[in-house]
Design a protein around this ligand. Structure first.
Ligand code: ADP
Ligand code: ADP
Length: 223
């Protein structure tokens, strides 16, 4: 069963203008249910663009995006936003946590946006923090946390609404090698426990080798 299907994606920026740049030229990837796929690409190859399209944060000029067998192109803007909130968890290289909120609140907020009552959202946030080993840090703001702790909170936030698909763009790329290794282990445990399907971009070939399959993006195509 296919959880994510990207077929023939094409994408250009600044179309018809002097700065036009074609980034994706027919990229095709699929991720099966429960499968964890590494996306390896040289810088500038279009990895972030591809992840944003898969995560419904951007649209392709051409091609198919299906999540759980459902064609996302046909959805209204409102339905896309709802699908993104409910079905997709996104993790960035830099945590992008809201600085004025605690770790716990950062995990509660996407659940409130998804219609979960506050008490249930807080309970789930607490459980997630426990699972990644930083329950004691729940009340701290992001600035008071280490880089590894910040990324663990970002993992919990991505998992908050119980997504079917996890997309990660260099999720440990901002950490020193030792911390990166450890925090990546935490992420993989969380993904495996949940049986989640994931597409994880990384430059680190050792981390890529710990996933089920590696795909390479070159010149806008998967090779
Ligand atoms: P990667 O994540 O593989 O480094 P990106 O998808 O971020 O690649 O970018 C691919 C190419 O598209 C780069 O040349 C980048 O400069 C260009 N690009 C990305 N976003 C935009 C944008 N919003 N407008 C114009 N060019 C962009
Ligand atoms: P908006 O649509 O107004 O941008 P959302 O309700 O989608 O806001 O998101 C609320 C907060 O949760 C934001 O801080 C956003 O960054 C975060 N968030 C939303 N969806 C996800 C996701 N799938 N993975 C990680 N964080 C998310």
């Amino acid at each position: 069963e296919t959880m994510l299907r990207l077929e023939g994606l094409r994408k250009a920026y600044n179309k018809g203008k002097p700065g036009e740049v074609t980034v994706l030229r027919g990229a095709t990837i699929s991720v099966a249910r429960g499968e964890v796929v590494a996306l390896v690409a040289p810088s500038g190859a279009g990895k972030s663009t591809l992840l944003h399209i898969a995560g419904l944060l951007d649209t392709a000029d051409e091609g198919v995006v299906e999540i759980g067998g459902e064609d996302m192109a046909g959805l209204s803007d409102r339905a896309r936003t709802e699908a993104r909130r409910a079905d997709v968890g996104f993790i960035y290289q830099f945590h992008h946590l809201l600085p004025e909120f605690s770790a716990l609140e950062n995990i509660v907020l996407p659940q409130l946006a998804n219609g979960v009552p506050r008490a249930a959202a807080a309970a789930r946030a607490g459980e997630l923090l426990e699972r990644v080993g930083i329950a004691a840090r729940a009340g701290h703001r992001p600035a008071a946390l280490s880089g590894g702790e910040q990324q663990r909170v970002a993992f919990c936030r991505a998992m908050a609404n119980g997504p079917r698909l996890l997309l990660a763009d260099e999720p440990t790329g901002n950490l020193d090698p030792g911390t990166s290794d450890q925090v990546f282990g935490v992420l993989m445990d969380l993904v495996r426990e949940t049986g989640l399907s994931a597409l994880i971009a990384t430059h680190n070939l050792e981390l890529a080798a710990r996933m089920d399959r590696v795909v390479r993006l070159e010149a806008g195509r998967v090779v």
